[in-house]
Design a protein around this ligand. Structure first.
Ligand SMILES: [Zn+2]
Length: 288
């Protein structure tokens, strides 16, 4: 019996230790920045927070998003290993802290470019953290021999989402407009909208070439086919909730019904199935 209890205690400690990093996102000391080449001039850095896109070449460097401020030194070291040139531009895909936390450091000597609403959402942040160049629809940076297009997509994940497309390297950074492997996080208080996210994804799919390489907001490099199945999953689950709402079901009844088995594993992470149903319900109710 004593052995059994000891075994359980050891098991709890081991499980606890494994869960700890997820629970304490603020300990950045053990985070490693991993670098990979995507295509052409474009690289991706992974650490903690949103994926960082990098253009490295004769003009120096341009990055997309910057994770968290305590990781800035590690990110700078990773960038130096790619290119000896200067970091000239920082583009933000949207305002969330896991994508813009490093702005206050990088913004001291790099030009931050982002959608007008990113600047509005970051107005309480230090001056250095705020975008200096803003746009309403789109903007192009001509850099390292190609046009880098930042395209705004209205009210999807937030009210300030852009997809950044490297036209020659043929790589697109989707920010959290595409964050696969789980139900999406739609930030309703940040201007997000479930139907809007489906429209944004459809519009992006139509605009981009079929063989484009995709850097998602989080996770590994994927394809346009993966974006399509993600879009279809969101549209399908939203329709399930929409139909039940039209039939007069309450949110609790819809939650009790749940989602089809094929989507079960998508609700085990950051956004649980119940939360996703609630977000869809609230997003659709907003429009009535
Ligand atoms: Zn986000």
């Amino acid at each position: 019996m004593y052995r059994l209890i000891l075994g359980v205690v050891v098991l709890l400690i081991v499980v606890g230790a494994k869960l700890a990093p997820a629970a304490q996102q603020q300990d950045f000391s053990k985070v490693e920045i991993k670098t990979q080449k995507v295509a052409g001039n474009v690289y991706m850095l992974e650490g903690s927070g949103g994926n960082i896109g990098v253009s490295a070449g004769p003009d120096g460097m341009l990055i997309i998003d910057d994770q968290f401020a305590p990781l800035a030194d590690k990110i700078k070291t990773a960038l130096k290993s790619l290119n000896s040139g200067q970091l000239k531009f920082l583009l933000n895909t949207h305002h969330h802290g896991d994508h813009t936390g490093g702005n206050e450091i990088f913004g001291k000597d790099t030009l931050i470019v982002a959608h007008t609403n990113v600047r509005k959402r970051l107005e309480s942040k230090p001056k250095e953290a705020q975008p200096v160049v803003t746009y309403d629809k789109s903007i192009s940076v001509h850099f390292n021999g190609e046009e880098v297009q930042a395209m705004y997509f209205a009210n999807g994940h937030t009210d300030n989402d852009s997809i950044i497309y490297f036209t020659k390297s043929n790589v697109a950074h989707f920010g959290d407009t595409f964050s696969p492997g789980r139900f999406p996080f739609v930030d309703l208080s940040g201007g997000g909208d479930v139907d809007g996210l489906v429209s944004s994804l459809s519009e992006a799919i139509n605009r981009l070439p079929a063989d484009v390489k995709i850097i998602p907001g989080h996770g590994s490099v994927l394809t346009l086919e993966d974006v399509k199945s993600y879009r279809d999953m969101i549209a399908d689950t939203a329709d399930i909730v929409r139909k039940q709402m039209a039939a007069g079901k309450t949110m609790d009844q819809i939650k009790a019904q749940g989602m089809p088995d094929k989507y079960k594993n998508l609700g085990t992470g950051f956004v649980k199935t119940d939360t996703w149903i609630q977000v869809i319900y609230n997003s659709l109710s907003k429009k009535k």
